[in-house]
Design a protein around this ligand. Sequence first.
Ligand code: 9MG
Length: 285
Amino acid sequence: MGAAQGGVGSLLAAGRFRLDLGKPLIMGVINVTPDSFSDGGRFFDPNAAISHAHRLSEEGADIIDVGGESSRPGALPVSVSQEMDRILPVLEGLKGLEKPLSVDTRRPEVMQAALSAGASIINDIEALQAPGALETVAKSQCAVCLMHMKGEPATMQKDPHYDDVVREVLHFLEDRAGKAMQAGIARSRIVVDPGFGFGKTAAHNFELLRRLKEFSSLNLPLLAGWSRKSTLGKLTGRPADERLAASLAAALLALQGGATILRVHDVKETRDVISVWEAYRQHES
Ligand code: 9MG
């Protein structure tokens, strides 16, 4: 197993943090939006977002991911200033938290402001394709998550098509990681993510999950986000706040496929899944 992919001794360099990739990590989600699909705006108020981040941290989150723009299917973009107004007070309020803060944004201006406010990871659903994004991340020491998305959140679920979803997503991530490294972002700072639910049908999402091991060819740590997603709603017929069991099942399958970072809403329960997974792995012959 390559040094940056995960496994004993490999580390993710994220600003002043070094995250051990030898065991699965949990990224806890904080949506500072009025219209999130998963928590319906419960953390739109900065104080509510800050308390929730502390709670997720106490429950065992290794990373806190703060987002000020909804990326749910059908969501419309917000302005740069709106996005900053939402996330900066939360980052400010979390300065004392001894955990790396990640910011879910695709805009270089927001990335720069977030990094100055103490963020150590940029989580970009557009994989640093916005003009200036590669350079902004390159000149910092933060880690970056490069995610695959086909289309834009507003329209991405309108009949997405792939000839071979795994090949296309893999090729995209390889290309974006290559561009990031050419721009000066060290391999030890890069995470990749197939982007479950972003311009993909349920069949595409399950094909990616079934063949997740193929992503190990990239030799980079893999992040998976299945938590409460609509594919799980379609399967179970349940609303977002009743998708815990389905989310945990998907998290376990993602671990089995080689994911090293799980982006989740339900940290405490995901911690238990990881404990079972770790015990199972230790006793593997
Ligand atoms: C912001 N966001 C929503 N879902 C996500 C996922 O699956 N991965 C990443 N990296 N970010 C996500």
